[in-house]
Design a protein around this ligand. Structure first.
Ligand code: TMP
Length: 212
């Protein structure tokens, strides 16, 4: 029984915290689970991630950005996600291809058909069983992050982050069965509990389907 669960959301939405909470909960239940993140998760991906987040003084074209995120993604799919799923582990991934659709597609304006084609090439048909979207207003998300140094994406203006937020909500509305949208302004404990209830239900469904 291997599930692929992704976490998505804008800046300051608490994705990484909640990915960690779910990992801990599943480990306590003795469910084989592996947690990873994008951009990064491999030595190559970490280099690309660092460059994309922190390089200064080089103008990066939106298409180049799309290709670099997907180069790192393919390395993660090939070296980590596919082998771990094949070994029967549930994968929790903090960001995946939907991040590219909203940041490079809705945010930067890269043609959505191009985004889909490149994302599909990088993910090699691996799609999440569930995507958890932690939705928070741009102002609230930004204020949670204001004490940390801002990377290239966090420095973007409010309009960019609003396009990202609306892009996520659109993707979730297009495939409601695959997304769990949560109001991320709720307490950490409450959000973690909502996620766990849904994941538990998914695990039961998967076990029943495998028995049938
Ligand atoms: P994070 O480590 O805070 O999640 O930062 C990653 C940043 O990179 C975040 O601002 C979103 C951005 N990003 C994209 O623009 N496209 C992508 O495909 C991914 C995975 C992340």
């Amino acid at each position: 029984m291997a599930l692929f669960i992704t976490f998505e959301g804008g800046e300051g939405s608490g994705k990484s915290t909640q990915a960690g909470e779910l990992h801990q909960r599943m480990s306590q239940e003795a469910i084989p689970v592996f947690v990873t993140h994008e951009p990064g998760g491999t030595p190559l991906g970490d280099e690309v991630s660092h460059w994309l987040k922190w390089q200064d003084g080089i103008e990066v074209s939106p298409l180049t950005e799309l290709l670099l995120f997907n180069a790192a993604r393919n390395q993660l799919v090939d070296k980590v996600i596919r082998p771990e799923l094949a070994a029967g582990k549930t994968i929790i991934c903090d960001r995946f291809a939907d991040s590219t659709t909203v940041y490079q597609g809705y945010g930067r304006g890269v043609d959505l058909a191009v985004v889909r084609t490149v994302n599909d090439a990088a993910t090699q048909g691996i799609r999440p069983d569930l995507t958890v979207l932690l939705d928070i207003s741009v102002a609230d998300g930004m204020s949670r992050k204001k004490s940390e140094p801002a990377d290239r994406f966090e420095k973007e203006d409010v309009a960019f982050h609003e396009r990202v937020r609306q892009g996520y909500l659109k993707l979730a509305a297009e495939e409601p069965g695959c997304w769990l949208v949560i109001d991320a302004s709720q307490s950490r404990e409450k959000v973690a509990e909502i996620i766990w209830q849904r994941v538990r239900q998914l695990i039961r469904q998967k076990i029943e389907a495998e028995r049938a």
